[in-house]
Write a protein that binds this ligand. Structure first.
Ligand code: ADP
Ligand code: ASP
Ligand code: MG
Length: 440
């Protein structure tokens, strides 16, 4: 068996679904399980509708739902999906009306709404392929952390093992349900994760992530176009790149794949003949120092100083306890004798966090920063990498530096306005003259 996951752009229209069908049918001998995202930008639109509804803008919310309904009919009716689209939109409309009355959006209701995209797209694609539809909510069991639920592997695997898979089967990505049967989601971009949970659970031969780029590129194309394709990566490199912003892969995707040692491919649904990126336990043997540059935008830098407390026992623990209590994860950390600097992505609780930190230290917050992260297994073996990074970045004001504990990444924090310049300079330094075995 193989798992083939198609992202939003790969199912965004009737034409895209036809392309998907062609790609999948050609692989029927491998008994594909197809995992699909919501069509196009449907998830964003659903979340916008939910926000409007609870903000008392009921009519606008219902207009959004109406526009989505028309969009799904326009692209899905040709596959005979008109009736199921109507059914789903009746339920969705009721839900949005209910939210408007309640005026409150809990994580649980966010999941109820955002899950509609994959519920509908998977049914449409199953019709297009005349394939068996498997409801992910009956299979992927998660904990109750709605909007960022964690799969419960033991139970999920029992359910996966009980399924009689069709010649071709189709499931929605992103969604699951709690033990109590309430719809949950795995976090934005989570359909990749669904694919690898399923792949590992059924012992698939490979997991394929079909998307809108030729594979993992040497830099984020939305920041700097013209990156090269990376032909192969190790699991550890892919995980690091995904974690530090390479959106093409959800950061948790490699976790189940590593467990069962299943290769993951990133492929382009618009150019199925291109060979993509292959991700396996052992990366290729190469002299290349770095494999790619990832970046994370809209990062907040928190500088904490306490001359009184710093050398005192338990200072770092006190700092991290504050972040932990407010469920805010820290990406990068640098410490010096008199200060601790760290970066966070999620600023929802920043005011409270800063308030608590100020009880025992001085806190300074800098917004609109970006993390730029150079990744490669070979980074740790090569002397002089830091020197090359700083020489390349010479004119750019670097606010923070960190070499990750894995020694596979070297990260810097720069102002968002310097991001492109920083990436361009690093890209020129590390990807001008490259090993053709690994890069195209
Ligand atoms: P899908 O809807 O198929 O899941 P995503 O939008 O989640 O697609 O991921 C694909 C996008 O990831 C690309 O269009 C590209 O803009 C972005 N991306 C960011 N960094 C990289 C990178 N290093 N290599 C390739 N794509 C990247
Ligand atoms: N549709 C979901 C999202 O937009 C999941 C995914 O596409 O991977 O986040
Ligand atoms: Mg994605």
């Amino acid at each position: 068996m193989i798992v083939m996951k198609f992202g939003g752009t790969s199912v965004e229209s009737a034409a895209a679904i036809e392309r998907l069908a062609g790609i999948v049918r050609a692989r029927i001998a491998e008994q594909p399980i197809v995992v699909v995202s919501a069509m196009g930008k449907t998830t964003n639109r659903l979340l916008e509708a939910a926000d409007l509804a609870v903000a008392g803008r009921r009519e606008e919310a219902l207009e959004k739902v109406e526009a989505l309904r028309a969009f799904h009919h326009a692209e899905g009716d040709v596959f005979g999906a008109a009736e199921l689209i109507e059914e789903h939109f009746r339920e969705l409309t009721e839900l949005v009306r209910g939210l408007a009355i309640l005026g409150e959006l809990t994580p649980r209701s966010v999941d109820a709404i955002s899950g509609f995209g994959e519920r509908i797209s998977s049914r449409i694609v199953a019709l297009a392929l005349q394939a068996r539809h498997v409801d992910s909510r009956a299979v992927i069991v998660t904990d109750e952390r709605h909007t960022l639920a964690v799969p419960l592997y033991a139970e999920t695997n029992v359910r996966l093992a009980a399924i009689e898979w069709g010649e071709i089967s189709v499931m929605g990505g992103f969604i699951g349900s709690t033990r109590a049967g309430v719809t949950s989601t795995l976090g934005r971009g989570g359909s990749d994760f669904t694919a690898s949970i399923v792949g590992a659970g059924v012992g698939a031969k490979q997991i394929e992530i079909w998307t809108d780029v030729d594979g993992m590129l040497t830099c984020d194309p939305t920041v700097l176009p013209g990156g090269r394709r990376v032909k192969s990566l190790s699991f550890a490199e892919a995980a690091e790149l995904a974690y530090f912003g390479a959106k093409v892969l959800h950061p948790s995707t490699v976790v189940p794949a590593i467990e069962k040692n299943i290769p993951v491919y990133i492929l382009n649904s618009r150019r199925p003949e291109a060979s993509g990126t292959k991700i396996t336990a052992e990366g290729p043997v190469t002299k290349s120092v770095a494999k790619s540059i990832s970046c994370k935008k809209s990062i907040t830098l928190v500088n904490i100083q306490s001359t009184r407390m710093l050398m005192a026992h338990g200072f770092l623990r006190r700092i991290f306890e504050v972040f932990d209590r407010h469920e805010t994860s820290v990406d990068m950390i640098a410490t010096s004798e008199v200060s601790v600097s760290l970066t966070i992505d999620n600023v929802a609780k920043i005011e409270t966090i800063a308030g608590e930190l100020r009880e025992f230290s001085e806190v300074d917050i800098e917004q609109d920063k970006s993390i730029v992260c150079l990744v490669g297994d070979n980074l740790r073996w090569q002397p002089g990498v830091a020197h090359r990074v700083f020489r390349a970045l010479d004119p750019v004001n670097v606010r923070m530096i960190s070499q990750g504990a894995s020694l596979r990444n070297l990260s810097v924090v720069v102002a968002q306005s310097d991001l492109r310049n920083a990436v361009e300079r690093l890209h020129k330094e590390f990807f001008t003259d490259v090993d053709p075995e690994v890069f195209e």
